[in-house]
Design a protein around this ligand. Structure first.
Ligand code: NAD
Length: 451
């Protein structure tokens, strides 16, 4: 009875974000050899946690208290870097796990940042712009000596935008007059020192990573994006840019969704038309010539490539067996649970993990930070070419390392094998993580354990 098995597996699954990130970390560390005892215990823990409570006057003149969190996980390679999200479900556990993810992501794409993350527990969909501005300014003021261009650099995430970043910059700048404060935050509007290509960088990065991965021929009859049927959960910054990028590359976007539900047309959707409809009506749902489906149905829809680009834990033990995609490209952070990873690996579904697939955002954030230091602005072509090359290099690093583990394991046809001793073949998440953890571990020792 597969349905009953799936339901009981889902019920057993522990979705605590710290537990999940520990499981992923342990899987990866199991493949790493030769580091000092105790080093990995240090890498598990966040470096600094800041929690603030602050009052905001709402539009109806009542006062509401908000909780804001900022966590720096690691600064071995450079300042903490990571988004700020506004959502009712923001929790310390989630922010810690996302800060860790940022450490590994920056290390994997080889940029000189550590990992950080932040969030405010609030309901952005039911807050006015004026309220969101007050929340942002007050949260930034509370963090005035926590964030900084060389210590901890925020960026957009779930339900925060270029406008939010402009308010953060403005507030920080008022509190630190006389310095070049532009690099304190990335994902800013172009007029305020933002980088060309930043708003679509995460979605485009997903497309570049997918193209490079498909060219490795692990899916013999799908070696390029053209012709692939793509399903995308979430139609925000990441999901809509990914939809446009996949569409430009010749894929057929057959279903997309947002928090109100999903739409499907097996003949293909035009992302520009979907974006225009969403801008006018507030949701993709109801678009003419589409079938309305639920987010659950969307994830299990027949397709070649599934791009979760909304929330965490969307693919779990309860639905992993029903996923029909052959490749999952994680636009969102933590969309797949460890149990789902195992089930999908058994099914032969490949996953391009979050720290690889969605690293385009932090990569162009880094380019923005570099441009801000020099007070200059690069052209879009330069940013795009650099991003594409870096995403290709990261996919190659993960793929090559994965191949080196393939000795003695069951390997898909056509994969050349070399290298290390026989071990169970790790999935791509585990390989990406172990590369990143090794890099941070090595740098920690090179710097030297202080004092
Ligand atoms: P966003 O706020 O711009 O968009 C989020 C989208 O998800 C919206 O379309 C929203 O309607 C949809 N959504 C919300 N709840 C949903 C639900 N229950 N079911 C289906 N859809 C739902 O956020 P974003 O910046 O696009 O971020 C999306 C994900 O990508 C997050 O996990 C974020 O951490 C990750 N991410 C973002 C960036 C970036 O540069 N923005 C970079 C890396 C990773």
């Amino acid at each position: 009875m597969p349905g009953k098995t799936a339901a009981s597996a889902a019920a057993r699954e522990n979705l605590d974000p710290i537990h999940i990130s520990e499981q992923q970390f342990d899987r990866a560390v199991g493949y790493i050899k030769g580091f000092k005892k105790g080093l990995f215990e240090f890498l598990r823990k966040p470096k600094r946690i800041t929690i603030v409570h602050f009052p905001i006057e709402l539009d109806d003149e009542s006062v509401q208290s908000f909780k804001g969190i900022r966590v720096v996980h690691n600064r071995v390679f450079g300042p903490g870097k990571g988004g700020i999200r506004y959502h009712p479900d923001v929790s310390l556990e989630e922010v810690i796990s996302l800060a860790k993810l940022m450490t590994w992501k920056c290390a994997l794409v080889d940029i000189p940042f550590g990992g950080a993350k932040g969030g405010v527990v609030c309901d952005p969909k039911n807050s006015s712009e004026r309220e969101l501005r007050r929340i942002t300014r007050r949260f930034t003021a509370e963090l005035f000596d926590v964030i900084g261009p060389h210590t901890d650099i925020p960026a957009p995430d779930l339900y925060t935008s270029e406008q939010t970043m402009a308010w953060i910059f403005d507030t920080y700048d008022v509190l630190h007059a006389g310095y070049n404060n532009r690099p304190v935050v990335t994902g800013k509007p172009l007029e305020m020192g933002g980088s060309p290509g930043r708003s679509e960088a995460t979605g485009n990065g997903c497309v570049y990573a997918t193209r490079r991965f498909l060219s490795k021929a692990l899916i013999p009859d799908q070696q390029e994006i053209a012709g692939a049927r793509v399903v995308i959960q979430g139609f925000g910054d990441v999901g809509s840019a990914a939809a446009r990028g996949f569409f430009r590359a010749g894929a057929k976007i057959i279903a997309v969704s947002d928090s109100s539900g999903g739409i499907c047309n097996t003949e293909g959707l035009d992302p520009e038309a979907v974006a225009a409809f969403k801008a006018e009506h507030g949701s993709v749902v109801g678009m003419p010539d589409t079938l309305t489906i639920t987010n659950e149905e969307l994830l299990e829809h027949e397709c070649d490539i599934l791009v979760p680009a909304a929330l965490g834990n969307q693919i779990h033990a309860g639905n992993a067996r029903n996923i029909k995609a052959r490749l999952i490209v994680e636009g969102a952070n933590n969309p797949t649970t460890p149990l789902a990873d195992t089930i999908l690996a058994e099914k032969g579904v490949y996953i391009l993990p979050d720290i690889l697939a969605n690293a385009g955002g932090v990569t162009v954030s880094y380019y923005e930070w570099v441009q801000n230091q020099a007070n200059e602005q690069w052209g879009l072509e330069q940013v795009t070419a650099r991003l594409e090359a870096r995403m290709h290099a990261a996919v190659d690093a993960v793929f090559n390392r994965w191949q080196s583990f393939a000795v003695g394991a069951e390997v898909p046809a056509g994969v050349a094998v070399e290298g290390e001793a026989a071990q169970p073949l790790p999935d791509f998440r585990t390989v990406a993580l172990l590369i990143a953890i090794e890099r941070v571990a090595r740098a920690t020792l090179i710097r030297g354990i202080w004092p």
